[in-house]
Design a protein around this ligand. Structure first.
Ligand code: AMP
Ligand code: MG
Length: 320
């Protein structure tokens, strides 16, 4: 009896010390997400976890092209024929995407979807060459006209937008702001390949791993990080292989085909919306042009893994 009591008491003690870290894996935006943070108040923590999940779901309902009632679906259905008024939030993210397209010479292009919708990686489906040639002409971010008063118009019929290269990062950033506003100082939020860290892990840096691009059970690198964001884009996330060709989810807007040359790119910097879009962009730009771009952004660093699985670091990381 005494031994049982001691066991129970020691369990309770370790539980209460342990329970100041709150953790929850969940599914959202078609991917796995995870939140972990430090709080001494477990009631508040439970509420915050719910708010984080709700925030992801809110953004998903707004921006998913697969949800018929989303604002983005409405645009994709109607914006070629009439001006559509959207929420300030969606308008601002579309503006952000356009800025990044300009900055990356069109490597980042949310109208990749004009062709992207012909791919289904799970079903091993891809557009046939004729469809590809035609749909390729519709990829041009300049066809998304951002007008006054949050109105949006697509310049041509057939233009489609997908925010898959930026919306997850945006949602991670919004969720981290929510935690920060609630006074949380130590947190990790991740969804798909996009991760935001608030502070450190109470005295230690967070350890964020970059997946090995060809071996599921291995890491290519592990980085001690704090108070920053990191996003990884890889050709191993959603893909199928046919006749030796890897068809994957990052589309080079200039060809309409999956981008070749790199296996993965990770970008580290303050803002998850930007690291998300940049990692996709650098993947398309390739090592040489991608490195040139990241070197022009002093607050952002990148790790490239090339086709020979060799890692390349931008100068801010190479120095460390
Ligand atoms: P990520 O995993 O962040 O690299 O994002 C990949 C996702 O971005 C894809 O699943 C598409 O939804 C979207 N995407 C693919 N190619 C592009 C591109 N060239 N520009 C913008 N978004 C893209
Ligand atoms: Mg990305």
């Amino acid at each position: 009896m005494t031994r049982l009591l001691i066991t129970i008491i020691s369990l309770l003690i370790s539980q209460s010390a342990y329970s100041q870290w709150h953790r929850l894996p969940f599914e959202t935006m078609g991917t796995s997400a995870y939140v972990e943070f430090y709080s001494q108040d477990s009631d508040t923590a439970a509420q915050l976890i719910q708010q984080v999940q709700a925030e992801f779901e809110r953004i998903n309902q707004l921006m998913s092209p697969y949800i018929a009632t989303s604002e983005l679906s409405r645009l994709n259905t109607l914006a070629a024929t009439e001006n559509i008024t959207v929420s300030t939030e969606l308008f601002q993210l579309l503006s952000r995407a356009t800025d990044i397209s300009n900055q990356t010479a069109g490597a980042f292009d949310i109208t990749f979807a004009s062709i992207g919708f012909y791919y289904d990686y799970r079903q091993h489906k891809k557009p046939d060459p004729k469809v590809l040639q035609q749909a390729k002409q519709l990829i041009n971010y300049k066809s998304v006209l951002l007008l006054a008063d949050n109105k949006v118009r697509y310049a041509k019929p057939g233009v489609k937008v997908d925010l898959g290269g930026i919306a997850k990062g945006y949602a991670v950033e919004q969720a981290s702001l929510l935690l920060a506003k609630a006074g949380i100082q130590h947190a990790l939020i991740t969804a798909g390949g996009d991760t935001r860290l608030l502070g450190d892990k109470r005295g230690l840096p967070w350890q964020v791993a970059i997946k090995h691009p060809r071996q599921d059970d291995r890491f290519a690198a592990q980085l001690p990080l704090m108070d920053t964001a990191i996003s990884t884009s890889g050709d191993y996330e959603r893909f199928f292989i046919e006749d030796g060709i890897r068809y994957h989810h990052i589309i080079d807007p200039s060809t309409g085909k999956s981008s070749t040359g790199l296996l993965s790119v990770s970008v580290i910097g303050a803002d998850t919306t930007y690291t998300d879009a940049l990692s996709t962009s650098l993947f398309v730009l390739g090592l040489e042009q991608g490195m040139q771009l990241i070197e022009r952004l002093p607050e952002y660093e990148a790790i490239f893994i090339d086709a020979a699985k060799k890692m390349h670091f931008s100068s801010g990381l190479a120095q460390q």
